[in-house]
Design a protein. Structure first.
Length: 315
């Protein structure tokens, strides 16, 4: 089966250097023209440069996904340049945050707004653009393992990612009469494989599985206070490998699967969730995978970025 997105136009929101950039690159490598959205110009430029050096075609689609006029403006720009939109990948979200005892109302509201309103507005207006032109397109909403199971320290992120899944099911009913499909996609903490991001992490002294933290302290698994009644939210010691396949994969793994989901081979798949996580979600809480050295692991990754990597290899 040879997946081809030739002749299709895609929009990816939140095209930052990890998952967003990986998905945008994959769509381009499979033949789509890709519009790259973000609120940060450097992220857009880096994503476009990555696509172009690998032989793809891309354009900038800057704008805040929570601003309806901005959404309409960058969609209009895509339509003016390429005349159609076949694929929308809703990826923009705020990572990190705090737990339920410490998150502020303002930050909770902002995180939920970016995901909820961003996914809604882009789906509404990209969906209308598809329907008006008779395009039986594909919309993919990036969910998270945190939408299906609990994680300490990210209450707003968990809340809005959980909402993604039923948004997809309801929107699938609205869009089905037009032949437009919408699905969610669940990854879990992929290991970066973007050469620039790996180099940045190496300069910061982090390995490929490290988490880049931005913004407020007390984020993912971090301390949230020093009161004497505080209890730890996570095990802080050495963890065994918890994923049955031995790795959660990379953004390239995600990109391959999203590209297939957006292809005509997936023409009847709508209102559902595709999971690419090395078996993490399927695992019973009490199941302990074998030591990493004794796991065969998956077959070698089919690379998308032909740029030599700087820094440590990925898992």
């Amino acid at each position: 089966m040879e997946i081809s997105l030739d002749g299709k136009v895609a929009l990816v929101t939140g095209c930052g250097p990890n998952i967003g950039s990986g998905v945008a690159l994959a769509l381009a490598r499979y033949g789509a023209k890709v519009a790259c959205n973000d609120v940060e110009e450097p992220a857009i430029k880096a994503c476009i440069a990555r696509i172009e050096r690998n032989g793809g075609e891309a354009m900038a689609a800057p704008g805040d996904v929570t601003d309806e006029q901005a959404v309409q403006a960058y969609l209009a720009a895509v339509l003016e340049r390429w005349g159609r939109i076949d694929i929308l990948v809703n990826n923009a979200a705020l990572l990190g945050g705090r737990g339920v005892l410490d998150e502020s109302a303002a930050d909770f509201e902002r995180a939920v707004r970016v995901s909820a309103l961003g996914y809604f507005l882009n789906t509404k207006h990209a969906g209308r653009a598809m329907a008006e032109r008779g395009i039986r397109g594909s919309i993919v909403c990036i969910s998270s393992s945190n939408a299906w199971s609990g994680t300490a320290g990210i209450i707003a992120y968990a809340f809005h990612k959980g909402g993604v899944n039923n948004f997809v099911r309801a929107a699938a009913m609205d869009l089905a009469p037009y032949g437009i499909r919408i699905n969610s996609f669940t990854p879990t903490a992929p290991n970066p494989d973007n050469p620039e991001l790996l180099a940045e992490m190496a300069r910061a002294g982090m390995g490929p599985g490290g988490v880049l933290t931005h913004g407020r302290p007390g984020g993912l698994g971090g301390p949230t206070g020093d009161e004497p009644w505080r209890r730890p939210s996570r095990w802080a010691g050495q963890r065994p490998p918890m994923v049955p396949m031995g790795t959660t994969g990379t953004p390239s793994d995600i990109g391959h699967a999203v590209a297939w989901l957006c292809s005509d081979y997936a023409r009847l798949i709508t209102g559902t969730d595709l999971v690419v996580d090395g078996g993490a979600r399927a695992k019973n809480f009490a199941y302990m995978p074998a030591p990493a050295g004794e796991l065969a692991g998956p077959v070698p990754l089919i690379e998308l970025d032909e740029t030599p990597r700087a820094g440590p290899g990925t898992g």
